[in-house]
Design a protein around this ligand. Structure first.
Ligand code: ASP
Length: 339
């Protein structure tokens, strides 16, 4: 008789979102109200994959999640990993998955798969995708091959690294894409296929008592003169991410405001294109990447603006001052795309 294979223990933590949303007579639309146990009960096939425990942690649209929620969630996950779970699935709204999954990636220091999933079609519609996504996510969370990849996003039977994934469409089931790197793998029948592996991401240890300071994300647009930038310090912002044109460019009319800002707080330069990385020495015009970098702005590397903002928020929270924070930010940035 062959040795018995131990069934994986997977923790499912629900935060709300479309996957948990159904209609109520009093509100004209669906709202999050299904518990983690409800989500599990809708997918009997989970029984064939793992022993699951289900915890309802929040019940909100994902735009209402904040850093305090994510820091508390990271602690819950670490406690459960210490107690021996083999993998974790987080269910939530898809609107902010690209940010929350990356925040968990930066906050957590665990080898087991931590998989975030959700749904584009709520349970009241024909062919809701939540049950299939949950099943695929649990398969990945239970898979030894998915260990050591950091936080993952599983949607539409694809496995994406949190550091690269973006929501690219308002309603398509194929909305989650990783424009710079592609998916790490996929789920086919009952198998988890990981075909690419990414390097360990540098972490930032943030505790519940750390205060997450506000960081502004400013998207550059045609004809912008940067007049909003001057007010950011007085509004209480402690850092700024500029989502610039192309390889990291802004209109020359914005340069002065950006330079002044960079003398008061960390300013990070990203590309609003959502793919590739910020250039460092190709263009020399006023407002070019090399011009801005020479004026005290920090490159966001291959982080897109939203992920750079997450990293900067957490770096500022965990650090004694802006210099330490920028060192922590740079470690995360550089671990994403090593030379
Ligand atoms: N439309 C969103 C979703 O896909 C709502 C949310 O993010 O909570 O779940």
């Amino acid at each position: 008789m062959g040795a018995q294979v131990r069934r994986a223990q997977v923790l499912i933590v629900s935060l709300g979102g479309t996957i948990a949303s159904t209609s109520t007579p009093s509100v004209g639309g669906v709202v999050p109200q299904l518990s983690a146990l409800d989500l599990v009960a809708a997918v009997p096939a989970l029984d064939d994959v793992a022993n699951v425990d289900a915890v309802s942690f929040r019940q909100v649209p994902s735009g209402d999640l904040d850093f305090a929620d994510l820091i508390a969630l990271a602690q819950l996950i670490e406690t459960n990993v210490t107690s021996g779970v083999d993998g974790v699935v987080v269910t939530q709204g898809t609107d902010t998955i690209e940010e929350t999954s990356f925040a968990l990636d930066v906050l957590l220091d665990v080898a087991v798969p931590v998989v975030v999933t959700g749904a584009m079609r709520n349970p009241t519609l024909a062919s809701p995708d939540g049950p299939g996504n949950l099943l695929a996510a649990v398969r990945v969370a239970a898979a030894a091959t998915a260990r050591g990849l950091g936080c993952l996003v599983v949607m539409n039977d694809e496995v994406h690294a949190a550091r690269f994934v973006r929501k690219t469409h308002s309603s398509s089931l194929a909305t989650f894409q990783s424009p710079s790197a592609g998916p790490l793998g996929w789920v086919s029948e009952e198998r988890v296929r990981i075909v690419l592996r990414c390097a360990p991401l540098a972490g930032i240890p943030v505790t519940k008592s750390d205060v997450v300071a506000p960081v502004a994300l400013v998207t550059c647009a045609l004809g912008d003169d940067g007049r909003t930038l001057g007010g950011l310090l007085d509004l209480g912002y402690r850092g700024v991410v500029i989502d610039a044109f192309g390889g990291g460019h802004v209109p020359s009319a914005m340069v002065r405001a950006i330079e002044e800002l960079a003398s008061t707080m960390p300013v990070v330069l990203c590309s609003r294109t959502g793919g590739g990385e910020v250039l460092s020495h190709t263009y020399g015009f006023s407002g070019s990447e090399s011009d801005l970098l020479s004026r005290g702005v920090t490159s966001g590397g291959a982080l897109d603006g939203r992920k750079a903002r997450v990293a900067l928020c957490l770096a500022l929270a965990a650090s004694r001052g802006p210099r330490d924070a920028m060192a922590a930010f740079a470690r995360v940035r550089d671990s994403l795309s090593r030379d």
